[in-house]
Design a protein around this ligand. Structure first.
Ligand SMILES: Nc1ncnc2c1ncn2[C@@H]1O[C@H](COP(=O)(O)OP(=O)(O)OP(=O)(O)O)[C@@H](O)[C@H]1O
Ligand SMILES: [Mg+2]
Length: 319
């Protein structure tokens, strides 16, 4: 069983608006409204890949009820802690004429100490029957930024693998708790290591730097694949995976689809290279759809064959 944690779950409205311009009135040519937040998107993609998954986190007010109902309608098992304040609603506008996305994400509800305590108990209960826990996304208000770090330590004591996809302060804390995998995108990785990357060599150095901060493995997703510092038979090695960039219908959630594919494949017993390629294929597949986590496994299998993998030579003097 895989558990996905979404502390700041949301209702995500995705609108496709041609020639979107600030200050103008528009009508969408397409739209979807779905339960969201990174962990929820990952759960949806895992369900599509026929993986056993439970989505947990906080859900509050009528928006929280809607999140739970939508997940249940999609047959995604879920077990959320109900909270007093209202869960958030996010809006993303995709412009098919230029491939650009504009996101407006609410900060989310405030969560009380008691609600946090209930969640920690629930997660540790659920994790007892899990192989992997995926912590993903931002934190609602009132939660200390080291919550993922604390939960990673607790979950690991149960012998369960931990995967983290977040950014900023929660990520800084989380890496020190030595999770098994982190998977930031380029901006998130630059913020974590504290400098910008200008070329492939910088990115190769960066994934090793990230591993030196604590996690066992670090994957940086890129618009054309990923680069990762992974463990193989006790040795660290660098892997780069490519796919030809596709025309994007909606880019939001491609990192979530990547991570779902990687987790499904890796903890399904495939090799690290296969898991990275499968993740990249899932990320690429999801860019063709409006609505995060919506992937078609048959299309993913086709794209898998279009991925290429390269083992990079470690850069001298780093890690
Ligand atoms: N245009 C594209 N064509 C093919 N694959 C893409 C494209 N854009 C992204 N991907 C794939 O999706 C994966 C994740 O991409 P990216 O780094 O943009 O995620 P992200 O910024 O974390 O997204 P989000 O957080 O919204 O889910 C990458 O591994 C990449 O291979
Ligand atoms: Mg991401």
């Amino acid at each position: 069983m895989i558990i996905t944690v979404t502390l700041n779950a949301a209702i995500d409205r995705s609108l496709s608006v041609t020639s979107f311009r600030l200050g103008r009135r528009h009508r969408p040519v397409d739209q979807t409204t779905m339960a969201g937040g990174k962990g929820v998107n990952i759960a949806r993609a895992l369900k599509r890949l026929d993986q056993p998954v439970i989505a947990t986190g906080f859900a509050g007010g009528s928006t929280g009820t809607r999140i739970v109902e939508q997940l249940t309608q999609e047959s995604i098992l879920n077990d959320f802690v109900r909270i007093g304040e209202e869960s958030r609603t996010n809006v993303a506008v995709f412009d098919p004429t230029n491939g650009q996305t504009t996101e407006v994400n609410e900060r989310g509800p405030a969560v009380t100490e008691v609600e946090i305590g209930l969640f920690c108990d629930k997660l540790l209960y659920l994790a007892r029957s899990a192989a992997v826990v995926v912590f993903a996304g931002s934190l609602p208000r009132g939660i200390e930024p080291d919550i993922y770090a604390a939960l990673i330590r607790d979950v690991r004591k149960l012998g369960v693998q931990t995967v983290v996809d977040t950014d900023g302060e929660p990520l800084h804390h989380a890496v020190r708790a030595e999770p098994d995998v982190i998977s930031p995108n380029v901006l998130e990785a630059e913020e974590l290591v504290g400098h910008e990357f200008n070329d492939e060599e910088d990115r190769a150095i960066a994934v090793r730097e990230m591993v030196n901060l604590g996690p066992r493995e670090a994957i940086m997703t890129l618009p054309d694949g990923c680069i990762a510092c992974v463990q193989d038979g006790g040795e660290r090695r660098l892997v780069r995976v490519w796919v030809d960039p596709r025309e994007v219908v909606a880019g939001v959630g491609s990192g979530d689809a990547f991570l779902a594919g990687f987790v499904a494949s890796r903890y399904g017993g495939r090799s690290i290279d296969e898991a990275l390629r499968y993740g990249v294929a899932c990320g690429a597949e999801s860019t063709g759809r409006l609505g995060a986590g919506l992937i078609d496994p048959r299309a993913v299998d086709r794209l898998y064959g279009e991925t290429t993998v390269e083992h990079l030579t470690p850069t001298a003097g780093v890690g």
